[in-house]
Design a protein around this ligand. Structure first.
Ligand SMILES: Cc1cc2nc3c(=O)[nH]c(=O)nc-3n(C[C@H](O)[C@H](O)[C@H](O)COP(=O)(O)O)c2cc1C
Length: 184
């Protein structure tokens, strides 16, 4: 028995190639996101995306990203912002699973991307308040993770200190550190 390769082979690169995912591929990414389970099937996720050199939205999203992330994100041909709908339409009470569900939809997008040979690198490092304003988000819409998507590129196109990140895989806690049969 071994880990599914979609899980074991996914990682977040810093260098992307110029190749742009085609429309069918992009649709599959979002269809995968839509298949995620959600509390009461509320599907409380939204995505805004743009393709580099094609969509004005790419520039809007890129400008939200902090300087250190911009240094590598500039190679990514596609940017998407995951957005959480915290209160379902027509309701007044908070959907306390909205963030959880949105994370699962992005998890599905990641799995589909990995299966199609695409790589994804998510970011929290962007200006959330500016995103609310620039993207005209209402008070029930919260920006979650910025998502860079593309095919694997040559790290040598990046400054050396960033390119070096490409060779490092992030470690993980051992299962025994986060799984227990006992109360906390
Ligand atoms: C919500 C979220 C925010 C993240 N923010 C950043 C970020 O701002 N900059 C960055 O380079 N990576 C960011 N990452 C990527 C993580 O650092 C990365 O997923 C983690 O170190 C595990 O590495 P791996 O994805 O290569 O397995 C973020 C990931 C997530 C899920």
């Amino acid at each position: 028995m071994k880990l599914n390769s979609i899980i074991s082979e996914r990682w977040s690169p810093v260098a992307f190639s110029k190749k742009v995912p085609d429309d069918d591929t992009i649709q599959l990414l979002f269809r995968a996101a839509s298949r995620a389970p959600s509390s009461f099937n509320a599907q409380p996720w939204k995505f805004i995306y743009g393709i580099k050199d094609v969509d004005t939205m790419y520039g809007y999203l890129f400008d939200l990203i902090n300087d250190s992330n911009q240094k590598w994100v500039k190679t990514a041909p596609m940017l998407a912002l995951g957005i959480v709908e915290t209160v379902p339409p027509g309701r007044t009470s908070l959907n306390r699973f909205a963030w959880y569900d949105t994370g699962m939809s992005v998890g599905n997008l990641l799995a589909q991307a990995t299966d199609m040979g695409l790589y994804v690198h998510q970011m929290g490092g962007y200006d959330h308040e500016k995103a609310r304003k620039v993207l005209n988000l209402s008070n029930v819409h919260e920006p979650a993770a910025m998502i860079a998507i593309g095919y694997k590129g040559d790290p040598d196109q990046l400054p050396r200190e960033i390119a070096e990140r490409e060779n490092k895989r992030q470690g993980r806690k051992s299962v025994s550190e986060f799984v227990t049969k006992n109360p906390f």
